[in-house]
Design a protein around this ligand. Sequence first.
Ligand SMILES: C[S@@+](CC[C@H](N)C(=O)[O-])C[C@H]1O[C@@H](n2cnc3c(N)ncnc32)[C@H](O)[C@@H]1O
Ligand code: SF4
Length: 450
Amino acid sequence: MKSHFEMDESMTGRSTPDPLKFAFDQKRGAHAGGMGMAPLNAEQAELKITELLSQPATINKRRALYLHIPFCRVRCTFCSFFQYASSRKLVDHYFSLLLQEIARKSATTYAQSAPFHAVYIGGGTPTDLSAAQLKELGQVIRASFPLTPDCEMTLEGRLNRFDDAKFNGALEGGFNRFSFGVQSFNTNVRKAAKRLDDRDYVMSRLKDLNQADQAPIVIDLLFGLPYQTAEIWQQDLEDVIESQVTGVDLYQLIDLKGTPMLSQCEQGKAPPPATTEFKAGLYRMGDAFMAQHRFRQLSCSHWARDGRERSMYNNLVKEGGEILPMGAGAGGNFGGFASMQPRDIDQYEQALTDQQWPSAMLLPKAENTLKSKLVGLCDQGGIARYVIGDELYLHAQPLFQAWADNGLAQFDQHSVNFTLAGRFWQVNLCNGLLKFLEKNPLDSKIERCA
Ligand SMILES: C[S@@+](CC[C@H](N)C(=O)[O-])C[C@H]1O[C@@H](n2cnc3c(N)ncnc32)[C@H](O)[C@@H]1O
Ligand code: SF4
């Protein structure tokens, strides 16, 4: 299509008979967006965080707490999140540091000025905390921070050693959502990826937790793992139904740089990573399976069995909500800054001992509500005209038309809806849209739509 707009294939995708497999070369990172300004130095960062935390929170902006637990019993071959091997002593010591940070951060004007809509304890493997620690952590958070009455409080982790004592401890602490990484149910795929338990254990534990009917239980599955054939993936999908979980994430295996899996491949000890074309086929199977079983699609990678699963935290992150981070390696976003806390526990401890805010990076973010909104909408698989406003919707139509021509979206005067291929490539589409707006600005009109 001819137009006076500046567009290229990185925005439109390419014209191909099979856009699901070939519209782009590969997924660009896990999330759309990007930053682009210079970080503050350590001294400036300390002053700025003090300033931000002494001010009330931005009005009308949803917000969440993120607490990071950087331990895992064993490193999985595919994972780039691994930080520390769990040991009781290290975990107990870290837990006491985290309580110190909670006490300091919760005492600030920023923390107390408005309620938080979600709390997420992520990792690593937060379920490696003891039953008593899970209970205490939940209770301390609830006692220290203002939370909305319907605050979603998620404990992430794995089923390994997650016994009834831990489950009950977490429930007594007030956790009301559990997110477990399963990755694959298949015992051979699991063993090759260094997952700790076999299919029978994972399946029976999930059934027990779901039958207790206390809280939504959601799981992560990965597609593209070594030895995970299309037949095994089909069985993984069927196992979602058998396990009775409330929700499921289907994640494409990506970001393998520096992982044990990549070195195994390089040494010929594991098969090469799955190609994008093969993973696209697995995504098609997953998408069709979930639709067939009437799971509701909450985002391009997340499905819910019923209304009990809201996925509030994930939506809030994608839509650019404020995230107050705590713990070594926690990432946040508040007061117009992106922040990252030190990954190294000694550095984290040193900062607390010195009465400083633990910070490894603080980066000003161009306050761009529209950009955050577009990232959130693309993650959910489409853009409604009334949400972004007429002017912007009409302005971006040449790009929407190119997406439609290339089989990535359908659109009419009310909305753009990503096709199966568009949902698979949603991060690329979103980055394409942001680039389109950068190259073809709507000038001050954009701010009005935001
Ligand atoms: C930070 S992990 C924590 C989950 C938990 N520790 C576990 O092992 O199940 C969160 C999720 O990231 C996903 N993940 C890890 N490595 C990945 C990779 N290379 N590509 C895509 N997703 C990945 C996995 O699905 C995992 O469940
Ligand atoms: S997948 Fe989970 S348990 Fe495995 S290394 Fe990554 S964070 Fe740790």
